[in-house]
Design a protein around this ligand. Structure first.
Ligand SMILES: Nc1ncnc2c1ncn2[C@@H]1O[C@H](COP(=O)(O)OP(=O)(O)O)[C@@H](O)[C@H]1O
Ligand SMILES: [Mg+2]
Length: 229
């Protein structure tokens, strides 16, 4: 089994069981550099499990995941976590910002964890906050901003290290449709401007509309959606 030509991240025949539940039951996936792929499917179909496996957070029971020519399973835990810090960015349904830190400190955090000096990290963080139109919130704590603003701060944080893959799990799931649209527009514009690939998990068609391609997951099995011509 080999990775599809030109793909940055791919998975073949992934299986993952939690007790009697087959969360993944032979799922396939591939994404090219700079591509935005929506992973669609009803609740409980295995979307988050697929994302966690692709990101090297959860090991599949079987199957092969290849990132940039390397099999994730052949890496040590340390190599996988270093890869997550250097090459991957993450956005979840609820921003998961650190409440004690200001918004700019939250955005700068991944750079600080990679060893950057505070001033330099915050300068870079601010440029990302400008792109996500939340630079005016730099000094505020997450508790002082709205849900949509907090999610834009979380998107800025996910992109601050210029990851090659952005993993977004229901990034607009907690937002009303207007704020959700704005977050998706800014997220996909920012990702496309840096050629980051985006694995976008959602069960909402209007969110998937921002993708280049859709994959549907049902009962742990995935298939490409036929393009609508
Ligand atoms: N850590 C876990 N422990 C037990 N069951 C789990 C765990 N994670 C997921 N599952 C189960 O696996 C199935 C797929 O879950 P998930 O990947 O979260 O689906 P989705 O993101 O599409 O809603 C569900 O039946 C869920 O209950
Ligand atoms: Mg989920």
């Amino acid at each position: 089994m080999t990775a599809p030509a030109g793909s940055l991240l791919s998975a073949q025949d992934l299986r993952k069981a939690y007790g009697p539940t087959n969360a993944l039951d032979g799922a396939h996936f591939s994404i090219h550099p700079g591509e935005v792929v929506a992973v669609m499917g009803p609740s409980g179909s295995g979307k988050s499990t697929l994302l966690h496996c692709l990101a090297g957070i959860v090991p599949p029971d079987s199957g092969v995941i290849t990132y940039n020519g390397r099999e994730l399973s052949a890496m040590s835990d340390g190599e996988r976590s270093a890869l997550r810090r250097s090459d991957f960015g993450f956005v979840f349904q609820f921003g998961q910002l650190v409440p004690e830190l200001s918004c700019v400190e939250n955005v700068a955090l991944p750079l600080r964890l990679n060893g950057a000096k505070r001033k330099e990290a915050e300068r870079t963080a601010l440029t990302w906050m400008e792109r996500l139109e939340v630079d005016d919130l730099a000094k505020k704590r997450p508790g002082e901003v709205s849900g949509g603003q907090g999610q834009r701060v979380a998107v800025a944080r996910s992109l601050v290290t210029s990851p090659r893959v952005l993993f977004a799990d229901e990034p607009t799931g907690a937002l009303d449709s207007l704020n959700g649209e704005r977050v998706m527009q800014l997220l996909t514009d920012a990702a496309r401007s840096t050629n980051a690939a985006v694995v976008l998990v959602t069960h909402e068609a209007r969110v998937a509309a921002y993708s280049d391609r859709e994959i549907v997951v049902r009962d742990g099995k995935s298939r490409d959606m036929e393009p609508v011509l």
